[in-house]
Every structure is written in C-alpha cells, then in structure tokens.
Design a protein around this ligand. Structure first.
Ligand code: AKB
Length: 316
C-alpha cells in the first residue's frame, strides 16, 4: 500500500514512518522541514510540503496518488498560543486543503490525529467521546474543526476519514511545542543533565500514552474493517499519572535525577482545562483497542532507549 505522511518530521511522524515501512508499505514522508537526521538511514521518499498551500498539496497528492494519507502536520498547544494565526492557518487551513485534495483525487482513506485538547473544562472524568467540545486553546479549536470537517467529507463524499484523540505522547524523540512536553522532558533532561524543572504543578494530571501504543492505535484503526466502526473519531487512553508520579518513576530508573516544579501560568492553565482521564470504551468495543504500556512499563522500556540516543549523539 502507498502511504503519504504529512508533518512526518515531527515526534509522531518519525516513529509512524518507521512502523509503516516495517509493515512493508511504500511510505512517502512530507514536511515543511527537511528530513530529520534520524531518518536518513531509511530509504523513504521525502517531499517538501507546506500544507497551508493548496496548490502544493494538490501537486503532491495528484502526483503520488497514495492509498492512505496520515495527516499529522499541526502546531501543538503551547506553541499555538504564541501564534494563534499561524496555528489556524496550519491546523485548520492545512486540514481543509488535505481533505479537498483527497476528495479531488479520490484518495481512499485519510487518518487524522486529534487530541485531548479538543476538550475544555467542566467535563466528567473520565470523559466519553460525545460531549460538548469547548476547548480553550487555538490548537484545540482547530482540532475540533478538523474532526467535524472530516466527518463532513466522510458523509458527503464517502471519504474514509478516521481519527484518534491522542493523549500526551511520550517517546525518545524530542517533542516540540506541546503542553504535555513536561512528561517526556522529565526523562530526556534527567538523563541528559541530571535535572529538570517542570513547568507544571506536581498534582497536574492529564491522559498520557507511550508512543508505541499511539502508533499501534493509528495503524490498527486504519486497518479496522469499516463496517465495524460506528464513528469516525475515537478517544484512546492508556494511563493518567500526576506529574509527581512520573517524576517518581523517572527517579526510580535514573537514580539521583533532580526533578523540581515551577508552574508556568499559561501552560498550567492549559493543563487545567484538559480532562484527567479519557473513556475509550467505544475504541475498545469497535476495533479492539487496548494499550500495552502503563507508566512503569513505559519507564523501563524508554530509559535505555534515551540513554542509547544520548550516547550516540555525544559520540558524534
Ligand atoms: C500538546 O501538548 O499540545 C499535545 C497534545 C496533548 O495534543 N501533545
């Protein structure tokens, strides 16, 4: 199967491309940025693509005619609040451009990465799929719009649009511009320099997930028989530790790590607006979703990987 990934240079893209290539797909990466160093070893075609430019999107999709597009290109929540206009252009305009090009070239399937940021304050915990969506960030607003636009194209043009609402994702690849970044940074900075000052309160609690589970969720949803799916967009959940519990888990694996907390008012208020936990019953029932990693299993798997990456970087 031929697959195009947008925003392929980001945290999710790098791991998704590897997983798709390992499954034997012909994978094309695209991004406004050039191919990340970590990806140069892989024989993956790379295309410059600014998703805000419809003519570029049409050109790339028209030339490649992929069977499936994984549309990841987006500006995340914290960076999004620094430049809401650009976030609107990339997230909302970019998604609309992708949907239009998929319609025009009759692309079979568009996979979309939504997020816990579609939720706002005052919702039940764990929060189910169908609730009033009143996010407080531009990132959240544009992701709600992306979900709705996708559902519209599915109903109106029979595009096979599917989406997961990702929790904050943790991996060995450095995140960029998210509010959940305090979690992966606790690991990376503790291993890199022995200390990390988190920008949240120790009690901050949001849904989180280890990247291999997140990648598996995307791939499993893409492959699920269409007749089994009762909806286009699914909550998926793994674990919801307080920030202090993540710090404890890091200290267990990295003895001597100094993790402290100095809440940043803007990022803390974004965290406060998100739910503590997600109810993913629909994903479990419709396509058999189940996470494999809890916090401690993730820590055990992740720490050696980051150690190795840092070792490799240090020796260059
Ligand atoms: C962010 O923090 O903005 C993202 C997300 C939770 O979608 N990681």
């Amino acid at each position: 199967m031929k697959v195009l990934v947008t925003g392929a240079g980001g945290q999710v893209g790098q791991d998704l491309i590897a997983a798709l290539a390992d499954r034997g797909h012909v994978v094309h990466g695209s991004d406004v940025a050039s191919r990340p160093m970590a990806m140069t070893a892989r024989d993956i075609a790379w295309h410059h693509l600014d998703v805000t430019d419809l003519s570029q999107v049409r050109q790339v999709l028209g030339r490649l005619r992929p069977d499936v597009v994984f549309h990841l290109a987006a500006i995340l929540s914290a960076r999004g609040e620094e430049d809401p206009g650009l976030t609107y252009a990339v997230n909302q305009g970019g998604t609309h451009n992708l949907l239009e090009a998929c319609r025009e070239y009759r692309i079979r399937q568009l996979m979309f990465t939504s997020t816990i940021a579609v939720f706002g304050p005052g919702l039940p915990d764990p929060v189910p799929d169908d609730v009033s969506l009143r996010p407080r960030t531009m990132y959240g607003v544009t992701k709600v719009a992306g979900e709705l636009l996708g559902e519209y194209y599915a109903a109106r043009y029979d595009l096979d649009f599917r989406a997961v609402r990702f929790p904050g994702l943790i991996s060995a690849t450095l995140p960029g511009g998210g509010t959940s970044d305090y979690a992966p940074l606790m690991y990376v900075e503790s291993l890199r320099c022995g200390r990390y000052e988190a920008f949240c309160r120790p009690e901050a609690r949001i849904p989180l997930m280890y990247m291999p589970d997140g990648i598996r969720a995307l791939v499993e949803l893409a492959n699920a028989p269409r007749e089994r799916l009762k909806r286009c967009v699914y909550n998926i959940a793994a674990f919801s530790p307080a920030a202090s519990e993540i710090a404890d888990s890091v200290r267990r694996a990295v003895p001597g790590a100094e993790i402290t907390f100095k809440p940043d008012p803007i990022r803390q208020s974004i965290l406060d607006s998100w739910p503590d936990a997600l109810d993913d019953t629909c994903a479990r029932e419709d396509w058999g979703w189940q996470p494999e990693y809890d916090l401690e299993a993730m820590t055990d798997d992740l720490v050696p990987q980051i150690r190795q990456l840092i070792g490799v970087q240090a020796s260059k």
